[in-house]
Design a protein around this ligand. Structure first.
Ligand code: IPD
Ligand code: CA
Ligand code: CA
Length: 268
């Protein structure tokens, strides 16, 4: 497959960041950790990985803009890179081996390229609009599962400000647990979405995400033949509440969750 130059740059940047993350794992106890809010930590590694990604992209595209978790919005351009340098920081801090680097490139409001990189398994999930989604250069597709019965669903538990929706969330979880083969909470939304794209789980839902958690995963899923939407199945505008899945399971999950989605969570 011919890989677009922008995607190549994103892949290189993600691999470089992954190296920084993995190299730091033998000194987790001595990392500098700052709290950004309740259960929201940032380490020097999140920051170093983000600097590496932005620096690498800037070398090639000095005029592009960035929306990055640790730096916020940088610059103005028709082309914006949406970056989560380390998705799954809580896992990382505990040495729990499930986290990823997530990079998306948006041009004139449309997602064009995406990379989610798991630096421990060295799995690289990529997509370019109209060119499909790939895992390590092999084409991936969402699952063919047809019914919630037998489906494996990933989710993210509320643990920060989204804890205020815990009752509604638990009602959703109960329904999903009662009607599927199982629920997983791996701890990296970017990887959860990549796993939907690869058919490893049939769907995913979470409340209160940020654009950098979901931008790359959204394009991966769309290019793998799946759907991404809000909790009510409306178009997803990046950040907020999300359901993603293979077309059949996406629709079934929207329907199953509907009675439990309060007014306050109906918007994306
Ligand atoms: C978090 C992870 C987690 C999800 C949270 C995200 P971070 O990102 O993706 O799985 O449940 O909502 O904020 O803070 O580790 O980059
Ligand atoms: Ca994140
Ligand atoms: Ca992060």
């Amino acid at each position: 497959m011919a890989v677009h130059a922008l995607l190549n740059i994103a892949v290189r940047a993600a691999r470089n960041a992954g190296e920084i993350i993995v190299r730091s794992m033998n000194r987790l106890e001595s990392l500098q950790i700052t709290s950004k809010g309740r259960n929201d930590f940032v380490t020097e590694i999140d920051q170093a990985a983000e600097r590496e990604i932005i620096g690498h992209i800037r070398k090639h595209y000095p005029n592009h803009a960035f929306l990055a978790e640790e730096s916020g919005q940088i610059g103005e351009s028709e082309t914006v890179w949406i970056i989560d340098p380390l998705d799954g920081t809580t896992n990382f801090l505990h040495g729990f081996p499930q986290f990823a680097v997530s990079i998306a490139c948006r041009h004139r409001g449309q997602l064009e390229h995406a990379v989610v990189y798991d630096p421990l398994r060295q799995e690289i999930f990529t997509a370019s609009r109209g060119a499909g989604a790939h895992l390590d250069n092999h084409r991936i597709r969402v699952s063919k599962q047809r019914a919630l019965e037998g489906a494996l669903i990933a989710t993210g538990f509320p643990y920060r400000s989204n804890l205020r929706y815990l009752d509604a969330y638990l009602a959703m979880l109960r329904t999903v647990m009662e009607h599927t083969a199982g629920v997983r909470r791996p701890g990296s939304a970017a990887l959860d979405l990549a796993y939907v794209a690869a058919g490893r789980v049939d769907a995913f839902w979470e409340i209160g995400l940020k654009p950098w958690d979901t931008a790359a995963g959204t394009l991966l899923i769309q290019e793998a033949g799946g759907h991404v939407g809000t909790l009510t199945g409306a178009p997803y505008a990046q950040g907020g509440n999300i359901i993603a899945g293979s077309p059949k399971i996406y629709a079934a999950l929207v329907e199953a969750l509907a009675p439990h989605v309060p007014e306050s969570l109906r918007e994306g």
